[in-house]
Ligand binder design. Structure first.
Ligand SMILES: Nc1nc2c(ncn2[C@@H]2O[C@H](COP(=O)(O)OP(=O)(O)OP(=O)(O)O)[C@@H](O)[C@H]2O)c(=O)[nH]1
Ligand SMILES: [Mg+2]
Length: 347
């Protein structure tokens, strides 16, 4: 799995695309063989042909699962095979079809043939399916070759190989959660601590000019996408500072994480009220988003200062320090539980 971060197009700073990209191989199952067989009955000296046909090979099918948000489950170059069809049997028994292999992909996955570049499908709807590699046709048993002139055919055919394709899966990432806060609150540092993303970090305001995404990998293959956003200041909704246009990147996000730093000009409570006011002035509908409040950089504050700040903030505010690692586990657990619940709500 590779995350390609393309440079912004046209210099607006808003064209940044985040792509999750992976190439895999898919093989339809081979068709089952037809067989040669003759009836053997006590009173029939020369039994007729009764070799059955094989079963068709299984297909490889991509299916949209709204609980997935990334292609992180696919290893680059991974090979997926559907089951072979079963050979035919005597007494004209047709072999069983091979089982199809179903691969779950997140909504928004664009599927291309990696060799020709042709687009095979754009999978967006919950449960939508795409047959990526068909199973092979089954072979015919000798019973199928009997004619009035050739009553005892000794030929049967083999099943055909299944289709083979190299697929390129491409996903435009949508963040599950966005980090918001005043400049220098520690948003980029927090993203760098919990993901492989390496956003620019510095002790001057507006270090982050464009949203950056990071993939957070939890246990048992669960992962989600976190967006780091430029700092917000009072008046942002009127276009002061970097403005709020970039918030459109989190409008499809379901969780806003307020990152409130200790040791800044504004107290954590003032930061919370200012940022929230700007966000809701920009778009009142964003009130429906789930909020997680984080008190960051707590290693810079004394215990008394930290306790006072936590008491002033909405209940459930979590103290964290990217510098010492304090509170990071608790924060990730709460965040991933929320992401999980929201995705389950999509079912
Ligand atoms: N001691 C300490 N410093 C931190 C911590 N987190 C961030 N910092 C420092 O705070 C400053 C700002 O951090 P950033 O992560 O760039 O802040 P930001 O919120 O992304 O800032 P903008 O992109 O400008 O909005 C940097 O000097 C960081 O090293 C922390 O947990 N402890
Ligand atoms: Mg930043």
């Amino acid at each position: 799995m590779i995350i390609v971060i393309e440079p912004p197009k046209g210099g607006t700073g808003l064209g940044t695309r985040f792509i999750d990209l992976v190439t895999i191989e898919v093989h339809g199952g081979r068709g089952g063989d037809g067989i040669v067989s003759f009836r053997r009955e006590a009173h029939v000296p020369r039994g007729g042909p009764n070799g059955g046909d094989g079963g068709a090979g299984g297909d490889v099918v991509l299916v949209v699962d709204p609980k997935l948000a990334t292609l992180a489950d696919f290893r680059n170059g991974a090979i997926f095979r559907a089951e072979k069809g079963v050979s035919g049997g005597p007494n004209n028994r047709t072999g069983r079809r091979g089982e199809s292999a179903f691969l779950k992909v997140p909504p928004g996955t664009v599927v291309c043939d990696a060799d020709t570049g042709a687009e095979l499908g754009d999978l967006t709807l919950n449960g939508q399916k795409l047959v990526a590699a068909r199973g092979g046709q089954p072979g015919k048993g000798n019973a199928s070759f009997a004619t009035p002139r050739i009553r005892a055919p000794r030929n049967a055919t083999r099943g055909e190989p299944g289709e083979f394709r190299r697929l390129r899966l491409e996903l435009n990432l949508i963040a599950d959660a966005g980090l918001i806060g005043v400049p220098n609150a520690g948003k980029s540092t927090l993203l760098a601590t919990v993901s492989a993303a390496r956003p620019r970090i510095a002790d001057y305001p507006f270090t982050t000019l464009n949203p950056a995404l990071g993939m957070v990998k939890m246990d048992r293959g669960f992962s989600f996408v976190l967006a780091d956003l430029p700092g917000l200041i009072e008046g942002a909704s009127q276009g002061i500072g970097l403005g709020l246009q970039f918030l459109r990147h989190v409008e499809r996000t379901s969780i806003l994480i307020y990152v409130l730093g200790t040791g800044l000009e504004l107290t954590p409570l003032q930061q919370y009220l200012t940022v929230r006011e700007e966000v809701l002035t920009y778009k009142p509908e964003l009130e429906r988003l789930l909020e997680i409040v984080v008190l960051s950089r707590v290693d810079l504050a004394g215990k008394a200062e930290m306790d006072e700040a936590l008491a002033s903030l909405p209940e459930g505010a979590l103290p964290v320090s990217a510098a010492t690692g304090q509170g990071i586990d608790v924060f990730l657990r709460k965040l991933s539980d929320s992401v999980r619940k929201l995705r389950e709500g999509l079912e």
